[in-house]
Write a new protein. Sequence first.
Length: 269
Amino acid sequence: MSGDKIAIGISYNGAPHSGWQSQPDGRAVQDHLERAFSIVASKKVHLTAAGRTDAGVHASGQVAHFETQPVRPHSAWVRGVNANLPDSIAVQWAQPVEQGFHARFSAIARTYRYVLHAHPVRPAVFAGQVGWSHHSLDVQAMQAAAEQLIGTHDFSSFRAAECQARTPVRTLTHASIALSGPYIVFTFRADAFLHHMVRNIVGCLVYVGRAKQSTTWIQEVLAARDRGRAAPTFGPQGLYLTRVEYDSKWGLGLHTDAAQALLPWLIDS
């Protein structure tokens, strides 16, 4: 049928790219995908994503949608498109959705994970894929601090100066920290996130983990609503968009759940 709307799941290594959003240099994830989809559709295709990840940030569960007049087998939107993409980007699935669906505005929750290599020596094999702290970190103290952020709050203290969100109020429903060998995995789930919000939270939690600040300090930072009171923004290398959730009426649950198994440290416990 003409005029289809298609939802897609995408994974990408953000290291070689200038973020999700289209850029003049043509190196953004969106640029590569739109070129590949346009080849398969034989017509220009525009994608809208659930979240605009920054340069260097990765995704295992990004979701986007596009509208198309040309009819193609669903496999063409996956294998055909992937044949025209760099190795660092891959479409995981494609599914037709009703016209009312919107990858960004229909989303009800998003999950990000930050993978931190806590070791005296910088990472080599996973360089560009994980963050790094050469300090030893107290995971229990960081967990206690992170739990103070759960709930609906004004997250201005964790918001980038260039953030364009209309309101700094977000509802954080999950914040956990797990240790796996030399890796510390921070998991955050919220209705939506502000620009740099996860990386700024991680930066503050690392201060707590180093005993540079107390576990109650992060609550003081939150209450201040002042970015200047928080720790510096942590690097993008360890940040992954792992899941975008939608109401069951859209029928995307199985796809978004499957995206979690793409990397060992991104599997839900």
